[in-house]
Ligand binder design. Sequence first.
Ligand code: J2J
Length: 546
Amino acid sequence: EARCADAFTPWPPEFEARYKAEGYWGDVLLGDIARGDPSRTAVVAGRDRVSYGELDRRVANTASGLLRLGVERGDRVIVQLLNTTGFVVTFLALARIGAIPVLALPAHRESEIRYLCELADARAYVCADTDGGFDYRAMARALPVEHVIVDGDAQELVALAELAGGTGGPAEIWNRPAPSDIGVLLLSGGTTGLPKLIPRTHRDYVYNLEASAEVCGVTAGTVYLAVLPVAHNFALACPGVLGVLAAGGTVVLASSGSPDEAFPLIERERVTACALVPPLAHLWLEAAPRTRNDLSSLALLQVGGARFAPERAARVPEVLGCALQQVFGMAEGLLNYTRLDDPPELVERTQGRPLSPADEIRIVDAKGAPVAPGEVGELLTRGPYTPRGYYRAPEHNRLAFTADGFYRTGDLVRRLPSGHLVVEGREKDQINRGGDKISAAELESHLLAHPAVHDAAVVAIPDPVVGERTCAYLIARRPHAKDRPAADEPAEPAPERPTLRQIRDFLRERGVAAYKFPDRIEYVASFPRTAVGKISKKDLVAAATR
Ligand code: J2J
């Protein structure tokens, strides 16, 4: 516990006492949540079919292997795995020995992973072998970590399976984590130049996943299909893979949410629940009327991560034959769910209400004063599973949290008398590309590194399919004065303007995840400014959509 003290802001003692006394925080550790009947199926992934008994053995053996390697309590380990059994085993094994998984998305590339290694001062990196032509092992060899562990063909690196196969059986874990320790570091969607990590303690995350499982009616009979990356909070713990394992249900892991892959799995495994982002839900609504697959087992479809249009929400029950649940969540904590017994009106038109009776909500105007009931304002929140600060980010924390510990979500919401929230927009400088979050500042700083780019401003433009797309406004760099033609030569040459293709190649070359690439670029001579001289992104959006 002590070694983490400088890295994150603990809840004040009176809150800790209250959350414990009221039963939100218990003593269960993240590594011990998979407590299903040993003979029942815990995880299905491709040809892998693993019982709870077998899962527990694999977790114990992997935990021993990690200890033998020298990974110990408090060490940070970057985990970049696909939706595989290896992810579940690695996550639980690390949690069991008190090492802290730092969850990267499969789409992240060297720029993001290297930064995470440095920020978290990581001991080890666990990755897939390859995916879609990308070789994680090649990237891994250049990273500043002591150990690289590979789920799959490890070449000369350490294989995850080999790690678990050591002799001597499970080792004694003498230095167990405390429930108040950081159990996992989640990646923030980000609004700043550099990504942030969110420290989730064992006890707050266990509450997060157990309370979510309860609100979603998860039982040992649940068969949950994970198609979103399980490194993301939604598919991991809302209730996600961990919530379903905690209830003794079955988790089916898939690598894509396309109807071609998901529908046959739903039929074969008799899937009862699934979580999607809106663009995927849209695809499912389009594909379901024509499918030959039997989707009748599906009882609950969660949709969240970005705005889900009410017209589409209303079609889910008739077209997919299941209940819809809207989820407005964030890796920073607060989760809002529509409830299974909410009237259709609320399920279709709201993004749910807070999970916990102990969640505190404030909706404020630009000056920080509460708005009148029903008015739109910025959502601030604190509660038993909303941390009080980012990991190793004291300066940013002073901006992102109020003095009394409320997290500034940057989301603009309206609250109905029922307590349900409607997301009306966003104040933060972020693009929500169908659930994928892109920090404008981060992308701008990459664009500014291009030698032909003088200035960059990134905005979200509305899109009928993914909701928002990324548009980068660029000011091309004029050639340097010394390169300019002499006075007797003809007029100065036009600045060179990289094409969208060239910009994307440049970002790929820099090791930036592809989902952050702009969909569109526009060259301008100058940016519109606000009265106080800041770039007016509102005017840029208006110009892009004219
Ligand atoms: C509009 N905007 C939404 C929604 C999230 C469950 C579900 C989603 C996330 C997630 C998550 C939205 N309508 N229904 O972690 O556990 C936007 C908001 C929010 C941000 C958080 C979960 N649901 N959003 O999306 O950390 O702007 O978490 O602040 O990726 O997504 O993004 P993220």
